[in-house]
Design a protein around this ligand. Structure first.
Ligand SMILES: [Fe+2]
Length: 219
């Protein structure tokens, strides 16, 4: 058998390290997630504080009655672009009720406000970035002219060290998604990151998975 010199062995070993470094670099690059795209806050961020902002928007503490509409579960995980969980992230969530009406004094929608719908929640993820809330499927509502906003949920997400994110989550298989002026300004990859996935049922409640990817704060 041919003997390999010590010098050759060192050269081969160095080459191996370079290949390995390059390989893991492209692997990490291929795995990189796109940060969840930004979207406008819109005009209906809550202006009046309320006591109940918990993770169940279908009931308001101290009120009799429950929200109208199809109840749903939204759950997911907040990660960074490498897929590592980001712990204890604050999610500020607001949406229209099942009739497409916001609990906001300047919402011009003529639809009747559902007084039993909480409309707003501020929740925190756990130490693995997971979150879950119960709400109603938001109604579509007229925006301007013939434009009708598809069902969506607004979110503001903040965590020190990461870029603050304001965005909107959409639902799969909604016809209005195809003609929404905001969603359709996004690329195919961005749309895919903004549309939740129906991953099954909990009892008779559909579960939508919506994962959020935060970008590092750049100085
Ligand atoms: Fe909206």
């Amino acid at each position: 058998m041919k003997k390999i010199s010590r010098r050759k062995l060192i050269q081969l070993s160095l080459l191996g390290s370079v290949v390995s470094v390059l390989g893991s670099y492209s692997f990490a690059k291929a795995l990189a997630l796109i940060p969840t795209p930004d979207e406008t806050e819109g005009p209906f961020y809550p202006v009046k504080d309320q006591n109940d902002k918990d993770a169940d928007l279908t009931q308001i503490e101290g009120h009799t009655g429950v929200a109208q509409g199809q109840y749903i579960i939204v759950s997911g995980q907040v990660t960074d672009v490498t897929g590592c969980p980001v712990e204890n992230v604050m999610l500020d969530i607001w949406q229209a009720d099942a009739n497409g009406r916001y609990r906001h004094p300047r919402d011009p929608n003529k639809a009747k406000l559902d007084e039993s719908f909480q409309g707003w929640a501020i929740i925190q993820t756990d130490d693995k970035g997971f979150f879950r809330f119960k709400t109603v499927m938001p109604g579509a509502y007229p925006a301007s002219g013939t434009w009708i906003r598809p069902p969506h949920i607004h979110l503001k997400i903040s965590k020190p060290g990461y870029r603050a994110l304001t965005t909107q989550m959409y639902f799969p298989d909604e016809k209005l998604n195809k003609i929404d002026l905001l969603l359709n300004a996004k690329s195919a990859a961005e749309k895919s990151a903004m549309i939740a996935k129906n991953i099954g049922q909990q009892g008779n409640l559909p579960i939508y998975e919506y994962n959020i990817v935060l970008d590092l704060l750049r100085k």
